[in-house]
Design a protein around this ligand. Structure first.
Ligand SMILES: C[S@@+](CC[C@H](N)C(=O)[O-])C[C@H]1O[C@@H](n2cnc3c(N)ncnc32)[C@H](O)[C@@H]1O
Ligand SMILES: [Zn+2]
Length: 300
């Protein structure tokens, strides 16, 4: 039987979905999804999706086994909680406030496509709620292919709608969002355009060549992986959306000794590294690490 805490989570998720009725569409037949008394989402063709007691919805037809596992999201959460991403989040929140003011947004809906364990969206949602934005309402929706990531998100943050789904086939109705965030994740510009409102905005955050450069050097010195460039990603963005703004975010983070291991676990950079290399990095005494992103803002 579900505990009291779990019941509350599912009720909160249901409340948010009801408030945003008409948001989801069936991943099989693309008809609108409603929500039943027995806590499942359903379409008029009879396809059903249960709301998980942990407070998220799974609209993925075939569960994926990707490289992002429970351990990685746990490590990513420790690094997130240590303030590692805070300057980046602050920059994003400020940018959203500026855009919202310029566009005269009122009832604002934000989608984080590829939200992982959800802490960026939750942080930004809370920051926007705490600041004077002029928004009459603010709804956050986080989707990710990884059930592990969404489970962590739902456990930690109950004010956001969390959904396991594929961003290349979003189970969302057309023209629902003022803003799509796409943070360090793959993109599908056709789908982003479809779910954005007519004047909606896409904000994409991508790593630059300097992101975690100290780790990259230790791992790949002398190989073709030592250098990374994001030109092709930027080009693809500019071919799909009208690029209206580009901004760099650069800072250094002082690493606590115990966080180096979490950092190593959290980044796909180390996925194929052997144990010897990992031990070498841990023993390297790395004290400070570079965080460097490009922020791209696009209109349809
Ligand atoms: C590097 S992680 C970034 C996660 C989060 N945005 C962050 O910055 O912490 C990339 C994320 O993209 C997700 N992802 C990859 N392909 C996806 C797809 N087709 N649909 C939804 N999410 C996807 C992964 O599961 C993973 O959580
Ligand atoms: Zn259906």
């Amino acid at each position: 039987m579900a505990s009291g805490k779990e019941v509350k989570k599912i009720d909160r998720a249901k409340e948010l979905i009801l408030k945003n009725s008409g948001l989801f569409r069936c991943p099989v037949c693309e008809r609108e999804l409603g929500i039943s008394r027995s806590n499942s989402l359903y379409c008029s063709k009879g396809h059903n999706y249960d709301l998980a007691k942990q407070g998220y919805i799974n609209l993925l037809l075939k569960q994926e086994k990707g490289g992002y596992d429970k351990q990685l999201f746990a490590a990513r959460k420790v690094i997130s909680d240590s303030g590692f991403f805070d300057p980046m989040r602050k920059a994003l929140s400020k940018l959203i406030r500026e855009i919202g003011k310029g566009e005269g947004w009122s009832e604002v809906r934000i989608l984080d496509a590829g939200c992982g364990e959800g802490s960026h969206l939750a942080w930004i949602w809370r920051d926007l709620k705490a600041k004077k934005t002029g928004f009459a309402d603010l709804t956050g929706v986080g989707i990710d292919l990884s059930k592990e990531g969404i489970r962590v998100a739902a456990k930690e943050h109950r004010d956001i709608i969390w959904c396991v789904a594929d961003l290349t086939k979003l189970p969302l109705q057309n023209q629902q969002f003022d803003l799509v965030l796409n943070i360090l994740s793959p993109a599908n510009y056709g789908e982003f355009k479809r779910v954005l409102k007519e004047h909606g905005i896409l904000v994409k955050l991508l790593p630059t060549a300097d992101y975690l450069i100290e780790l990259r050097e230790l791992l790949f010195k002398g190989t073709d992986k030592e250098l990374y460039e994001n030109d092709s990603v930027k080009k693809h963005f500019a071919n799909s959306f009208q690029l209206v703004k580009e901004q760099q975010i650069n800072y250094k983070v002082l690493l606590k000794e115990e966080n180096l291991e979490h950092l190593i676990k959290m980044t796909p950079l180390t996925w194929n590294a052997d144990q010897e290399k990992i031990a070498m990095i841990i023993n390297s005494g790395l004290k400070s690490i570079t965080v460097a992103f490009d922020l791209l803002v696009g209109k349809k």
